[in-house]
Design a protein around this ligand. Structure first.
Ligand SMILES: [Zn+2]
Length: 142
């Protein structure tokens, strides 16, 4: 396993990402939706890995939703950084991580553009179960 740590700019949201793929071999995605283009987001996930998101102050967590509303886009209200897209799925949850928040972001290759605008909600949820990383969200721990 390869372990990566990241955070928003002020440190309120932290991410610990474990991946089976080395950074130089990772498939980084540049989602072409209107939200991700505004952030120039570069997304990463590994269905065999793990993502743990730690929220130190819950009042400063924005769970932004748009479109189909199936996903929480986790943004720090204090510093404005977009950290992860997170989908609750019954008792499970899946997420990706934004390469730009990782301490080792320079190690990852350039992203490939992906256009997912044509998907319906069922298609989106299934793709995330297949491709995103099993995730846990820890609130209010220091
Ligand atoms: Zn922050």
């Amino acid at each position: 396993m390869h372990h990566f740590h990241g955070s928003c700019h002020c440190g309120n949201l932290e991410v610990d990402y474990s991946a089976t793929v080395a950074p130089e071999d990772a498939a980084v995605r540049a989602c072409q939706c209107s939200f991700c283009r505004k952030h120039d987001a570069r997304a990463l996930s590994d269905p065999s890995g793990a993502i743990e998101i730690t929220v130190h102050d819950q009042d400063l967590l924005e769970r932004y939703r748009f479109g189909l509303g199936a996903t929480d886009f986790l943004i720090c209200r204090k510093c404005g950084v977009y950290v992860s897209a997170y989908m609750q799925d019954g008792d499970d949850a899946y997420a990706n991580v934004m390469v730009n928040v990782l301490d080792d972001r320079e190690q990852f290759p350039q992203p490939n553009p992906v256009d997912l605008d044509g998907e319906n909600e069922a298609g989106k949820r299934q793709r995330r179960r297949d491709n995103w990383t099993p995730a846990t969200l820890r609130i209010g721990t220091d």
